[in-house]
Design a protein around this ligand. Structure first.
Ligand code: D0W
Ligand code: ZN
Length: 590
């Protein structure tokens, strides 16, 4: 082993320069493919992926020649990360190439899928099917869109996914990980991560159960009680979203006090001729008000902020991109002029701000402190942006009254976005971890998926499902192989960050009305954490910003306390559902 620290430093300097180049090349090829899905672009992207994987293998091999015990903590942390190369550890080149092909094939199937509601009427997810879920209250039309999308994705993906699992597990086992799920969880450093997440979910369930009861009661008045199974589940296609993961599009039906002005600013955005650019400049302005880093010139020149109209296929699922060269950062979003897309723009720009803040770190530290941190940045800003006060200050709300009823209505609108999401954010990787560990066999994929959906989310399939269905494939992150527990973590810690930043800004008052706009104290505190990237354990960074080192649901519970009190009163004992799925076979009564 090489014991010479200056030789190790030279190795790192060379690695950083070369790895940045390789990352940049792969990001460019990936971007070209994502913004113009063709076989040619897919082929180029796969070639760059193979080159990047081979570079990682060689770098890891060389790094293993250095004695880590003679290094300081920071240098050792870099070497460990250089050696932790994930599925690139597959030494059989044929299998390595095949894994890349399967992954991009699954993403292509998902991104080009269309649901055929009638023989000649096939619609893509964005914007067509999404708009049906946000606007339609027609039970049968929603079933057609719900079933059509699953028919167009799941069956084509199931066998590919099975192969993907086998190849990925084999690759990461070369690094000593038990399976791909263990590798993904290792990014959170703490060994008790899985138990911590389960404990957080159990702590938050009452909040969700009471929101679910309220939603069910309101939906019964819209669709009639006979449409709801006696088990207490809500049919999954009635919650205003293809996956029932957030219920914001039902805000006008779900607000407790209906006489108040609507909190949905979409109509006002359309009325004011908002454009995609204006949406992103609004988000950029907020970061600048905190004294944080503005979007650089290449961002405005090279991003794709609207779905192209020249007929080419693109991956419309929004995303933020780091080109690892210190100046090129982009967002790709098929922006629609809606409140939801205004929030998404802040979410994506949160990623860009993180990239900008840690761009001078060694390459392996150009990551979130943990993946949940990366997902929380934009959402923390969006918590301020969505307050009635802030919405009024940017001219999207005209009247803001402080009476209790408006306050409860506002908390309900936020709960439809944040509380509704919690079981979904929790269950995706509960399902995937068991698939990767082998507990869930391919023939059980769909059954175990619905067991989790019924048990944790309290939603049931509106039509019978069969073993040839693969409903997990209807959610982007499964075919796109993007881990998901990061979002559950984010939805908890973003309230810890929000509380810490509100305190630093000198705000006094209820957490749900705090707006840190123009607070450079808050901006400085946030920037200092983001600059660290993944150079320090996330628990240290959590401690620095919030004063304690663990994930903690208390700030989230405090934020929604007035709403939970209201819901407990309204629901009495009428809340909850059977843990197992309702029997879908048509009853004799038809
Ligand atoms: C090159 C690359 O892949 N880059 C990464 C970023 C990085 O890793 O550096 C990236 O851009 N990932 C895309 C993904 C997109 C979105 C998403 O998928 N959201 C979840 C859950 C959710 C929903 C509401 C919400 O408010 C927050 C989260 C869903 O829609 O189910 C879509 C809309 C919002 C965020 C993202 O930005 O996280
Ligand atoms: Zn994100």
């Amino acid at each position: 082993l090489i014991n010479n620290v200056s030789a190790a430093e030279a190795f790192l300097a060379t690695y950083n320069a070369e790895a940045s180049q390789v990352s940049n090349r792969y990001a460019e090829a990936s971007w070209t493919y994502n913004t113009n899905i063709t076989e040619y672009n897919q082929e180029i992207m796969l070639k760059e992926r193979l080159a990047a994987d081979k570079f990682s293998q060689e770098a890891a091999w060389n790094a293993s020649g250095y004695n880590l015990t003679v290094m300081d903590a920071t240098m050792r942390r870099q070497f460990v990360k250089i050696m932790d190369i994930g599925t690139a550890a597959q030494t059989n080149e044929t299998k390595l190439i095949h894994l890349g092909q399967i992954e991009s094939e699954m993403e292509t199937i998902y991104s080009t899928a269309k649901a055929c509601l009638a023989p000649e009427k096939c619609l893509p997810l964005d914007p067509d099917l999404t708009r049906i879920f946000t606007t339609s209250r027609d039970y049968d039309q929603l079933i057609a869109a719900w079933k059509g999308w699953r028919d167009a994705t799941g069956p084509k993906l199931k066998n590919l996914y099975t192969e993907f699992v086998t190849l990925s597990n084999e690759a990461v086992r070369n690094l000593g990980h038990a399976d791909l799920g263990a590798y993904w969880r290792s990014r959170y450093d703490t060994p008790e991560f899985e138990a911590d997440v389960q404990a957080l979910f159990d702590q938050l369930r009452p909040l969700y159960e009471h929101l679910h009861a309220h939603a069910r009661r309101r939906l019964k008045t819209i669709y009639g009680k006979d449409k709801f199974p006696s088990s207490g589940h809500i049919p999954a296609h009635l919650l205003g979203n293809m996956w029932a993961q957030q219920w914001s599009s039902l805000v006008d039906e779900f607000v407790p006090y209906k006489g108040k002005p609507s909190l949905d600013v979409t109509p006002e955005m359309v009325h004011q001729n908002y454009t995609a650019e204006k949406i992103f400049h609004t988000a950029d302005n907020f970061f600048q008000s905190l004294g944080m880093i503005p979007m650089p010139e290449p961002f405005w020149n090279k991003s794709m902020l609207k779905k192209p109209t020249d007929g080419r296929d693109v991956v419309c699922h929004a995303s933020a991109w780091d080109f690892s060269n210190g100046i090129d950062f982009r967002i790709k979003q098929c922006t629609d002029i809606t409140q939801q897309h205004l929030e998404t723009a802040h979410h994506e720009m949160g990623h860009i701000e993180y990239y900008l803040q840690y761009k001078d770190q060694p390459l392996v530290f150009q990551k979130g402190a943990n993946p949940g941190f990366h997902e929380a940045v934009g959402d923390v800003i969006a918590l301020s942006v969505q307050t009635p006060e802030h919405m009024k200050s940017i001219g999207l709300l005209h009247s803001v009254s402080n009476d209790t009823e408006t306050d409860i209505n506002f908390l309900m609108s936020m709960a439809l976005q944040k509380i509704a999401f919690l079981p979904f954010g929790f269950l995706i990787d509960q399902w995937r971890w068991r698939v990767f560990s082998g507990d869930t066999k391919p023939e059980q994929y769909n059954e175990h998926w619905w067991n989790l959906r019924c048990r944790y989310q309290g939603v049931s399939a509106p039509v019978e499902r069969s073993a040839s269905d693969f409903d997990p494939g209807a959610k982007f992150h499964i075919p796109a192989n993007t881990p998901y527990i990061r979002y559950f973590v984010s939805f908890v810690i973003q309230f810890q960050f929000h509380k810490a930043l509100c305190d630093k800004s000198g705000y006094i008052g209820p957490l749900h009305r705090c707006d840190i706009y123009n607070s450079t104290e808050a901006g400085t505190a946030l920037s200092e954490m983001l600059k660290l990237g993944s150079s320090k354990p996330w628990t240290d960074e959590m401690q620095n910003l919030t004063g304690q080192a663990k994930m903690d649901a208390q700030p989230l519970m405090d934020y929604f306390k007035p709403l939970l009190e209201y819901l407990r009163k309204e629901n009495g004992n009428d809340y909850g559902w059977d843990p197992i799925c309702p029997d879908l076979t048509p009853t004799s009564s038809g």
